[in-house]
Ligand binder design. Structure first.
Ligand SMILES: [Zn+2]
Length: 258
């Protein structure tokens, strides 16, 4: 198997530290230089953990092959908003992908069924969606992902293939866990930061300005501002010839396991 960028960097840092220690062993600044190299390494690690798109620890798909835009909604099913999203998608006759949090299914089974019945795709977004998902043990990550799979399958009879890591965080632990579960990790090339949007006008402006240059858009179906601009955004896409393409077609993979 091809080694990850993380292992290549680790190997390089060790090589630099060993050679620096050898060549500068007499220098009074040796400790400071080593400390500086280690600091750079920590910085690279931080960027690798927080930048899903860099594929630093493990590989994920962040863009598509088709011309157009795939809509993805994270963090549902949500009893207040997911149905509204589905109504708007139905009105525009477009299909989206919902990355489901397993613990949100309980009590919202009808919404999850509706997502499938109306031709949308469901993906795994972990069961717990805990803040530090990337630092819990690989065994616990595997259990959490499988628990979400089981909860989705119980309601829909489908085994999702697509997985999206909570908060877009990665780590060697998630990389190790993903080797054990049979999933394709899917990110995005357009993160709207819709949950942090200060106003509908600002979010809509952002969506409009980047839509034609992107292929996979990250939105949230638990966020009121997102729902309030969705209809206007889809009108904009239609007017400007931006085709909404379902994620499976966009990345050329079937969304469910046999
Ligand atoms: Zn999420």
């Amino acid at each position: 198997m091809k080694s990850s960028k993380h292992f290549k960097v680790l190997f390089l840092v060790i090589a630099i530290i060993v050679s620096t220690s050898y060549f500068f062993q007499e220098s009074k600044y040796l400790f400071q230089v080593l400390f500086f190299i280690f600091g750079i390494y920590l910085l690279i690690l931080y960027v690798g953990v927080t930048r899903y798109r860099l594929n630093y620890f493990s590989k994920a798909i962040h863009s598509g092959k088709e011309k157009g835009l795939s809509l993805t909604f994270d963090d549902g099913p949500n009893p207040n908003f997911t149905n509204k999203v589905l109504d708007i998608l139905k009105k525009h006759q477009v299909k989206a992908t919902f990355f489901i949090i397993g613990k949100n299914i309980d009590g919202n089974e009808v919404i999850l069924k509706r997502i499938i019945d109306e031709g949308h795709i469901v993906g795994n977004h972990s069961f717990s969606h805990v803040k530090f998902f990337n630092v819990i043990s690989p065994k616990k990550i595997v259990e959490d992902i499988e628990k979400c799979d089981n909860s989705i399958e119980k309601v829909t009879n489908l085994k999702p293939l697509f997985f999206r890591t909570p908060f877009g965080l990665t780590s060697p632990k998630i990389a190790k866990a993903l080797k054990k579960v049979d999933h394709v990790s899917v990110g995005w090339d357009f993160r709207s930061f819709d949950t942090m949007a200060k106003s509908e006008t600002k979010l809509l402006y952002k969506l409009k300005s980047k839509a034609s240059k992107s292929s996979i858009l990250l939105l949230h179906d638990n966020n009121e501002i997102t729902i309030n601009v969705l209809d206007a955004f889809l009108n904009f896409c239609k007017k400007n010839g931006i085709k909404i393409v379902s994620l499976d077609k966009m990345i050329g993979l079937k969304p469910y396991k046999e």
